[in-house]
Design a protein around this ligand. Structure first.
Ligand SMILES: [Zn+2]
Length: 297
């Protein structure tokens, strides 16, 4: 385990351990959440060493087996969790009609394939080998294992997307630097994240599925994510709710809390979360933040 002594956003050393949360998904190990008393950012601290991180994810064999066998289910899951592909497409094309797009953490790349079919030049980064190879073969996409684009160091993109990825990355600041470098000057950055100030987060407490420790290393609110954008010279354009996530997260949280989850309870909780968000400063269970690089003077 590695203990962070400074806040990843503002570098303050004024930190306090505020929550103890079990890994409900896999190991049941308990993890601490630190709060920066300067800027309010929450992060998993200590965090697993880089070499230990894979053990908190399903093994690659398991994933590939699951993907091969449950293609229909994974498609349904993809839809439910990440909103529909057409919705993502329409959110982006409201800002930019066409161009080049980089999806970081592209998984099996259904989203990139959807964009490519509509005329976008689509590139992905996916560290796991199986989904990367799957996307290359099935959709003939360019998918790289990391930020290393070989001889294309000057490549830049019109749009960069991270759908529920930034909360997982090992080095938050390194990612933001790389993203900033890879995005064109008037480029669009689209980042989807869970929101720990949502109704379902408060309702389920330590059982809230989107804490997802230790896979989620950073836990953003709208306020702390705005601070991160500001640090890297991005201007927020708009914030769009991911209403389906309230249902998905409520379903999992209910399961973690009581051992089972009913369809009825899921619908009620998801509905209540979305209803509350409308009244409380857009605090939906998950949010998509759209931002642009500030023009350099
Ligand atoms: Zn801070």
């Amino acid at each position: 385990m590695e203990t962070l002594l400074k806040c990843p956003i503002c570098s303050s050393t004024n930190l306090e351990s505020v929550m103890q949360i079990p890994d409900h998904f896999l190991t049941n190990e308990i993890f601490s959440i630190s709060k920066c008393l300067q800027c309010g950012f929450l992060f998993t601290n200590p965090k697993p060493l880089k070499t230990d991180i894979p053990k908190y994810y399903q093994s690659e064999d398991y994933l590939s087996h699951k993907l091969k066998k449950l293609n229909i289910l994974s498609t349904v899951y993809y839809f439910a969790r990440n909103y529909s592909l057409s919705k993502k497409h329409s959110i982006i094309t409201k800002q930019k009609t066409t161009g080049s797009i980089l999806d970081i953490g592209s998984g099996t790349s259904e989203f990139l394939s959807y964009m490519k079919k509509r005329g976008w030049e689509a590139v992905g980064i996916e560290p796991l080998e199986y989904p990367r190879e799957f996307a290359k073969q099935k959709y003939s996409l360019d998918i790289y294992p990391d930020f290393d684009f070989d001889n294309k160091n000057d490549t830049t993109f019109d749009v960069i997307t991270l759908w529920h990825v930034l909360e997982h990355v090992e080095d938050l600041n390194l990612y933001m630097q790389k993203i900033s470098k890879l995005l064109k000057n008037d480029g669009l950055l689209v980042i989807a994240l869970p929101n720990h100030e949502s109704w379902d987060a408060k309702k389920f407490g330590t059982f809230w599925a989107a804490w997802d420790v230790p896979r989620h290393l950073y836990h953003f609110s709208q306020t702390t994510f705005h601070l991160l954008l500001k640090k890297y010279n991005f201007d927020l354009i708009s914030t769009v709710p991911l209403k389906m996530d309230s249902y998905y997260i409520s379903f999992l949280s209910q399961k973690y809390k009581s051992g089972s989850s009913s369809f009825f309870k899921t619908i009620i909780k998801g509905f209540l979360s979305n209803r509350d968000a409308k009244k409380s400063e857009n605090n939906y269970s998950s949010l998509i933040y759209l931002s642009k690089k500030k023009k350099s003077i």
